[in-house]
Design a protein around this ligand. Sequence first.
Ligand SMILES: Cc1ncc(COP(=O)(O)O)c(C=O)c1O
Length: 386
Amino acid sequence: MNEIIYLDNAATTSLDPIVLDTMLPYMREHYGNPSSSYSIGRTSKAAIESSRKKVADLLGVKTTTIYFTSGGTESNNTAIATAVKTLGCTHIITSAIEHHAVLNTVEHYCADNIVTCSFVKLNEHGEVDYRDLEEQLQSKSNAGIKCLVSLMHANNEIGTLLDLKTAGEICNRYGAIFHSDCVQTIGHYPIQLKEYGVHFASASGHKFHGPKGTGILYVSEGTRITPLIHGGGQERRARAGTENVHGIVGFAKALELAVNNYLPDQIYISTLNSTMRDGLLKLCPEITFNNGEQSLYTVLSVNFPGNVGTDLLLAQLDRAGICASGGSACSSGNEYGSHVITALGIPQKGATLRFSFSKLTKISDIDFALETLAEILNYAKANQAL
Ligand SMILES: Cc1ncc(COP(=O)(O)O)c(C=O)c1O
């Protein structure tokens, strides 16, 4: 079997061995239930609370604002449920390129006629039109309607970044609740949540070399949270169920490593990204990129010209051991296309692929991917598919 060349780090990342070593004692020796009052229970409880403090310190917020969850999806769901059920929001402003963990949740509350929703205008790179956001909020506020604004910090398919501070200021001006899905950015930037005026922010451990099934929801001070999962009194009655102690410990360790090594990692990963971009343009100058001007350094979204479709190109890369992911428009009747590419109206003839990198990606991985793509594109050209 070919060696795996993993260029899909926006989908998930491999677990850092240091993170695993930090987790293992909580799977072996310290297995007590954190709700138990004897010593091994207290050890587990202490591990959760010190992890909470670590995460809060790294994100520049108070310990009481951090809730541990099962990941980005649950955090997004909890934020939206809280805004709708407890905070009195009856209209949601979001964007057409949010992750489905937001889009489908909003749709769920709209379908039940609990809220109405609208999309903010975007340009062709998925950048938010802040004037449109402001106009929408102003008109809802004039009508006495309280809004939730849910906008992702970075788009997982095309990397485009939101200016969190600008969006937060606009939301606060009109008394709106502001949620940001920061799943692709927490662990990739030294984010100090307090600076942005967000009421809710979601993060997911497996996007920065932490364990899968772990996440946090940040809930700003003074904002009450509505539980999605009912049962015991864990997480200060906000999220029932015996805590994932080793996962929580792993999440905190992964975030610590990510934040402490942020600058060298960002420089290294940005170099990989630009090497891939330059190499692709050398292969085929007609290639275009979907990333916005301000874009996540881990993601490169590429449009290939010609007649080779996304699925075929991905399958050819897979055959060579290269893992990348697709992002192509929904053709009618095909529900598997990318809602992001469709929403942005990116002309679709050839393939749209996302390559995403991490600190573990090697420059030789990029070289190999470029050589393989050269062979595939040359073959396509020879067969008039390009
Ligand atoms: C932007 C974004 N939001 C939410 C999620 C869902 O996170 P999780 O896999 O932790 O549920 C993802 C994961 O792909 C994502 O990229």
